[in-house]
Design a protein around this ligand. Sequence first.
Ligand code: SAH
Length: 263
Amino acid sequence: MKLVKPKKHLGQHFLKDQDVALAIVDALALTDKYKNVLEIGPGMGVLTQYLLQNNNYQTHVIDIDTESVQYLREAYVDTGLKIIEGDFLKADFTQLLSLQEGEQFAVIGNFPYNISTQIIFKILENRPFVPEVVGMFQKEVAERYAAKHGSKVYGITSVLTQAYYNIEYLMTVDATLFDPPPKVQSAVIRLTRKEHLEVECNETMFYKVVKTAFNQRRKTLRNALKALGINYNNIDEVTLGKRAEQLSVAQFIDLTNTLEGNK
Ligand code: SAH
């Protein structure tokens, strides 16, 4: 029987380079920490085929596209692949893989770029389950996640994500390696969860401080933080003279703790 390939839908860009596909799968580094891997948006399975070659974990995939799911069901029959048809953003994270309570899994994927930020947010919210993520993003988005303080693209997403995960920029993937080629360049990053699941300060306050500081990123903190309406007289001059993009995640946490004490 000849397999019917799914029609390409808007927003679907299939990776065609096998070396890159294998390198992405090989980038999962903490395979002793979990027995399950979830691939988001497998499409026609370019990553899936390599995930299935690793016997250290069970591979699960979730795709919203009925035709892709149909294709995978036929192409990977009897391989042990667990296929979920659905929307990752709407799925109940804890029930997704029908795992035992407390079991962790890695997330991998050449993510649909229009929802990649929401995918990462959902993972951040569910971080106790996810020690590691390897994902392909639009290059600019990947750079923002991985950016260190001092970089022009270091911003709210960088800080809020790096509060919980260490992020490594692994490789740039040229648009010509996809079918159809997207208009943007792509890049792969790895997120490795930090030891502390919580930030060592009040989380709500932390979000507020980071957002307030970056909302006026050209201003010094002395001016930008006024919007918080909290006394910050006891914050040192050096810190107050800096702009948001010059502050490391640890410094944002310290700043939050000081401000919290001033309330
Ligand atoms: N990983 C494949 C396909 C990438 S295209 C490859 O590299 O070739 C992105 C895939 O994500 C598509 O198959 C699309 O159907 C799927 N997708 C889009 N939105 C989704 C969602 N909300 N939940 C799950 N999958 C989704």
